[in-house]
Design a protein around this ligand. Structure first.
Ligand SMILES: Nc1nc2c(ncn2[C@@H]2O[C@H](COP(=O)(O)OP(=O)(O)OP(=O)(O)O)[C@@H](O)[C@H]2O)c(=O)[nH]1
Ligand SMILES: [Mg+2]
Length: 485
């Protein structure tokens, strides 16, 4: 299994990438450009150099090699490939079939995979070669990897690799690769590994011909090594999920302890400036970097200087368009963090021309997991990159009541940060209630907790204990009262 999976990882010597973008009927040219720009940033984050890009209008993603013949040849010029798909039969495997094959196991697999030996070419006529003149001599054969800006079925991936002669990655593949390079904690590593294996499994193919069948021993008798690999992967995923679940419990326990505190979750598109804001507001040393998915792990810290009541801020993984569902699911614990917050800070990079659609993506994913009703504050960040006029225009655009409140800031401006902090504090204070709490001397220990969680406005003593006039969040009050009853 490892040998085959080794092939899925990218060798470090690969440097030049050529991108492929498909424009489906509903997609505007602007959207296509935006998507390819984002893909360029993703690919650059992986350390590759984008040397060219190729786009084509298509009515569907379903074609055997995604691209039409002419474009496929042009692509192969970039990589020095043949531009032809080695196997005829491969063309007939649809996505649905590939899934069925994977689920059903051996028999169909063998039939489909045997076709690898078939040398028949993709299409007989070569009319498209005429387009080849588009590339300069320097460009020809200059790319060592092809990156497609949409998700590919296993057979499409195989066909493209066969035609180009190089490694092909789709958008999900790129994101998974970035995630796996950036994962630091055990939970993040486990989540990435599950996503990676889920992605890898259907893309495994038979390496050799029929001698690959396992002749002897154990329950694997008669299984092809492909099935064996797939089974091992399924088992491994199960194992990893169990391990992750045990960490998940720890998370939950810690969260339960925090539940009575005021939590603010920073959410937003990747690179919006969440971690920069986290640093500025809490004085923590979280990683800030001008690359996509710099943060994968959740960090929680109190506001610094400390506030009364205490407010915790959490920073987590960012969102991206077309984030694969497997990946979203594997980062569920991250999203849970947002679900348990009392206030969401939607951080956007207001200087990015596509910030509106980025905000939409963030909102829709959060709505999907049930965070729709959590009060939220819109933070329009990086205002230092905008002119006064642009700032005013954007502020006006968001002056309606889509968010509880909107604030435009730069994480580099101290006054802006103070303003944001004041808004956060006034949010919590506006949600607080005043109450008199009687604390008997026998329960003196609770007083420290009361002082940490809420404001004490006055105190009167009598022979049995002290009555505190407090102002606090309803949850904090309920929690303290449990200790007093
Ligand atoms: N000009 C400008 N740049 C900023 C501002 N805030 C953050 N940045 C930069 O934006 C880039 C991304 O910042 P991060 O804080 O790492 O962004 P993030 O939202 O945590 O990104 P991920 O962890 O990838 O999701 C870094 O290069 C920051 O220095 C700002 O107010 N103005
Ligand atoms: Mg970050």
């Amino acid at each position: 299994m490892n040998e085959k999976m080794g092939r899925m990882s990218i060798e470090t010597k690969i440097k030049n990438a050529v991108l492929v973008g498909l424009q489906l009927p509903k997609m505007s040219t602007q959207e296509l450009d935006g998507s390819l720009q984002e893909l360029t940033r993703l690919v650059t984050t992986l350390g590759y150099n984008v040397v060219g890009q190729l786009t084509q209008k298509r009515s569907t993603y379903r074609a055997a090699a995604v691209l039409g013949e002419g474009k496929l040849k042009e692509l192969a010029e970039w990589t020095g490939g043949t531009g032809k798909i080695a196997s005829m039969v491969d063309r007939k495997i649809t996505k649905a079939e590939a899934k069925r094959i994977e689920e059903a196991g051996a028999d169909e697999d063998a039939g489909a995979e045997d076709a690898d030996a078939d040398e028949e070419n993709f299409e007989a006529e070569d009319e498209a070669v005429a387009e080849a003149g588009a590339l300069t001599e320097d460009q020809k054969g200059s790319a060592q990897i092809v990156i497609v800006d949409s998700d590919l079925s296993p057979s499409q991936l195989r066909n493209l690799e066969s035609a180009t002669g190089v490694t092909v990655l789709d958008r999900t593949g790129v994101i998974i690769e970035i995630f796996s390079r950036h994962a630091r904690t055990r939970a993040a590593r486990l989540q990435v590994e599950i996503a990676k294996l889920t992605y890898v499994a259907p893309r495994l193919r038979e390496t050799g011909a029929s001698e690959d069948r396992q002749g002897g021993g154990g329950k694997g008798a008669g299984e092809s090594s492909l099935e064996l690999d797939k089974r091992k992967i399924r088992d491994r995923i199960k194992e990893l999920k169990t391990e992750l679940a045990s960490i998940g419990n720890e998370h939950q326990i810690r969260r339960a302890r925090r539940e009575q505190e005021n939590c603010v979750a920073l959410v937003g598109y990747t690179n919006a400036g969440k971690s920069s804001l986290m640093r500025a507001m809490t004085g923590s040393e979280v990683l800030v970097a001008d690359k996509l998915f710099a943060t994968l792990d959740t960090t929680i810290r109190p506001l610094y200087p400390e506030s009364r009541p205490k407010v915790l801020v959490s920073d987590t993984v960012g969102f991206i368009k077309k984030l694969p569902h497997d990946l979203v699911a594997s980062f569920k614990s991250t999203l849970d963090e947002a679900l348990h917050a009392s206030l969401l800070l939607f951080v956007v990079d207001a200087a990015d021309p596509s910030f509106r659609s980025q905000l939409e993506v963030t909102q829709s994913v959060l709505a999907e997991v049930g965070a729709k009703d959590i009060p939220s504050l819109l933070v329009l960040n990086k205002r230092d990159r905008l002119s006064e006029a642009e700032q005013t225009e954007i502020k006006n655009e968001f002056s309606d009541k889509r968010f509880s409140d909107t604030v435009m800031i730069s994480t580099r401006n101290k006054d802006d940060l103070k303003l944001l902090r004041d808004k956060i504090m006034s949010y919590f204070e506006s949600h607080m209630v005043d109450e008199d709490l009687f604390v008997p001397y026998s329960a003196k220990g609770v007083i420290g907790e009361i002082r940490a969680r809420m404001r004490v406005l006055g105190e009167t003593y009598d022979e049995k204990g002290v009555t505190l006039k407090v102002r606090g969040a309803p949850e904090a009050l309920a929690h303290v009262k449990k200790h007093l009853s």
